[in-house]
Design a protein around this ligand. Sequence first.
Ligand SMILES: *Cc1c(COP(=O)(O)O)cnc(C)c1O
Length: 333
Amino acid sequence: MTDLPVTLPDIERAARRIDGRILRTPFVLSAALAQRCGVPVGLKLEHHQTTGSFKLRGATNALLSLPPEKRARGVVAASTGNHGRALAHAARAEGSVATICMSKLVPDNKVAEIRRLGANVRIVGKSQDDAQAEVERLVTENGLVMVPPFDDGAIVAGQGTLGLEILEAMPDVATVLVPLSGGGLAAGIAAAVKARSPKTRVIGLTMERGAAMKASLDAGRPVQVEEVESLADSLGGGIGLDNTVTFAMCRALLDDVILLSETEIAAGMRHAYREEREVIEGAGAVGIAALLSARVGRLDGPVALVLSGRNVDMAQHLRVINENPDPFREAAA
Ligand SMILES: *Cc1c(COP(=O)(O)O)cnc(C)c1O
């Protein structure tokens, strides 16, 4: 395990570095899920993190890990989602400036949100690939520093600080359920948890549609998958065919990867809202979805879930919540 790109000491250093700059989010027990599962279930309410997702941990650690002269040049990324928001916020907080590149197809409200967080916005082309090409141009021609969303040691170490906080809150945790896309979150949490509590299982959860890390783990190398729409839009996208950090870590550290259907993810969002009184996006609901659908198998001890984000379109959230008009049918099912 020590030959992996990110190990416990990196994560402990990240925790000290970002301390006071991110929220230590609450960890609460869910009575409703404990009753269903027969074991204690703890929820890490990371959707309450500043900017609405855990991505601020990695972005803040990445910025603080840059030498001051690089930080002063400014940072750049192509994400219009949670990584873009986090990077914009972290850059402003640490005396840098973020430039977020996006295509013309990105909706106005997302553009406005990124601007509000103090970032420069560059709108180019008609696809994510065009936006990424602009990132690369700004790196070579203007000397900006690219901060990738997941495949980067400082990002993974920052996300891994969540693993330390989960173990402090629930030292006897037997299973940790983690949303999985590019694998920065799962790799970081697994590295922290497995180092301090080797017997704890760490399971990655993602949507059936376009599960790039799952397909790559099955193939034994990074592969591309077709992108399709999902309620868990923050879990979309590939892992990069030239992946250098998260693929190896997920392969070495994850005990299992479980795929959830759109119906199951919707049920997870509804449970979060009705039973836990929490608004979460689809990507943040996969842990609850896996427990509700009994996909995790036999549970032999306390379970911890990461509610990873809350940046959901509220009209979509309302539709999902109202889909099943009889809340008690679902709870009893
Ligand atoms: C980015 C993101 C994930 C997945 O994280 P990876 O590090 O890409 O695996 C999960 N949930 C939310 C809310 C996210 O923004």
